[in-house]
Design a protein around this ligand. Structure first.
Ligand SMILES: Cc1cc2nc3c(=O)[nH]c(=O)nc-3n(C[C@H](O)[C@H](O)[C@H](O)COP(=O)(O)OP(=O)(O)OC[C@H]3O[C@@H](n4cnc5c(N)ncnc54)[C@H](O)[C@@H]3O)c2cc1C
Length: 410
């Protein structure tokens, strides 16, 4: 019997342990352990909904404890902090700071990435981030009082990638809805981007459509604007312009946590992503695999797998199949990312997508449904179609009875 330890229960890690747990449970062939510090799983592309007060905690959060019990893997609530390859052991730290070790035969690292402040002065002290559910909740705790103010309030969001765009659009929607009840309460949102367009990693015509939709919903989009410094209540651009705001959120770029670059000789790149070969194995150790945002995985054309939810899901699916093959003594096949396009939610009832290798740009309410489908496919792997159908129906009923925001705004 082998022990597979998966570190990180996000978009990639949770799907992997679900698949492996089900596969090995019946004959108790192999042991599957998930190491994850949080108590609940939130699908990261929806964290902006927590920050905007529109996320349905009751229906869309997953308890690791319950999920592990139903899917026959073990859940250890702790963070990985170090690695000993010679002993095949990781060091873990629980919520009380207690340190212990955990042995593995095969280790999978799937700890994701966080925002990159590019060492910009003052950002870590004066901006909020959206890298975890706790941070998103902290943002909502600051945004909620702004929605209750008797005058309009300014929010600055730095970075017009998927995170920044989706957050700006969701906040604009909440603010516009609230104006129906309280005319003076308004969030004035400025989305700041260093490059010359929003979604710089996507195709240009998609950027144009997304920017048009943002402007229409009242978001002030400032492109070609690089932030040089952050201070209390203001951002200073590299040409000296001062942008004041009640709240500043940083959603630009990604990097991995620095501790990944200290893992017993494993190779990393300048973003601290662990280098893997096409079978998702680390370059220095054949018993250690990396998937999701924390991996730098090469593709046959020389590019790297992008840090996206879709890529994390595909890597989890691929690695589950390959680990099963490997444990049967068969060779592992390479992971080839199949880019199914990109869908960006611009508020609760509109989305823009690029499909078929940038050949088709689609937008509208039906594309918003497609965006939701991506999340439902993730849930389907976690729960199966029966429960997902029940969740969708319940959500429809709740949406027709409850206000748009899930928190009381009195
Ligand atoms: C607000 C937002 C919107 C986004 N929108 C989109 C989108 O529209 N489309 C898209 O494709 N992508 C989007 N992304 C990116 C997408 O969410 C990520 O690419 C994806 O979640 C990566 O999956 P992952 O499993 O690698 O990491 P994550 O989903 O981040 O999971 C990492 C897990 O590791 C755990 N962890 C961290 N450190 C440790 C440790 N030391 N020990 C143990 N566990 C640890 C974390 O608690 C977490 O559960 C968005 C991201 C954000 C933040």
């Amino acid at each position: 019997m082998s022990r597979i330890v998966v570190v990180g229960g996000g978009a990639a890690g949770l799907e992997l342990v679900t698949r492996l747990g089900k596969q090995f449970a019946r004959r108790r062939e192999h042991e599957v352990i998930l190491v994850e510090p949080a108590s609940h799983h939130y699908w990261k592309p929806r964290l902006h909904e927590i920050a905007a007060g529109t996320f349905d905690q009751e229906l869309d959060a997953v308890s690791y404890l319950q999920h592990s019990f139903c899917n026959r893997y073990q859940y250890v609530q702790a963070s990985m902090s170090a690695l000993s390859r010679a002993d095949k052991q990781i060091e873990i730290r629980d919520a009380n700071g207690q340190i212990s070790t955990l042995d593995y035969d095969y280790l999978v690292i799937a700890v994701g990435a966080v925002s990159n402040d590019f060492k910009t002065a003052g950002v870590s002290e004066h901006c909020l981030f959206l890298d975890s559910a706790e941070q998103a909740q902290r943002a909502w705790d600051r945004i909620n009082p702004l929605l209750k103010a008797d005058e309009s309030r300014q929010i600055s969001i730095v970075g017009a990638g998927a995170t920044g765009v989706e957050l700006a659009a969701e906040l604009a929607k909440v603010s516009n809805q609230l104006k129906r009840y309280r005319r003076n309460a308004e969030l004035k949102i400025t989305l700041i981007e260093a490059s010359d367009r929003v979604l710089p990693a996507g195709p240009e015509c998609m950027s144009r459509k997304v920017q048009h939709a943002l402007t229409k919903s009242g978001v002030n989009v400032k492109t070609n604007t690089r932030i040089a410094r952050a201070e209390e209540g203001k951002l200073i651009t590299d040409n000296g312009e001062v942008l004041t705001a009640s709240l500043q959120l940083w959603a630009a770029g990604i990097k991995c946590a620095p501790w990944l670059a200290t893992l017993d000789g494993l190779e990393t790149n300048r973003l601290n992503q662990l280098k893997v070969d096409q079978t998702l194995r680390t370059s220095m150790d054949e018993n250690i695999f990396v998937i999701g945002d924390s991996a730098e995985c090469p593709q046959p054309d020389g590019s790297f797998v992008p840090p996206r939810a879709q890529a994390a899901n595909q890597a989890a699916d691929h690695l589950a199949r390959q680990l099963i093959r490997m444990l049967k003594g068969k060779a592992m096949k390479p992971f080839i990312f199949n880019d199914g396009g990109m869908v960006i939610a611009v508020g609760h009832d509109y989305a823009v997508g690029n499909l078929m290798n940038n050949k088709l740009i689609v937008r509208g309410r039906f594309v918003r449904n497609l965006y939701d489908t991506i999340f439902r496919l993730h849930q389907k792997i976690l729960f199966g179609w029966g429960r997902v159908t029940a969740l969708v129906l319940l959500k429809r009923v709740k949406a027709s009875l409850n206000p748009f925001y899930k928190h009381n705004i009195s």
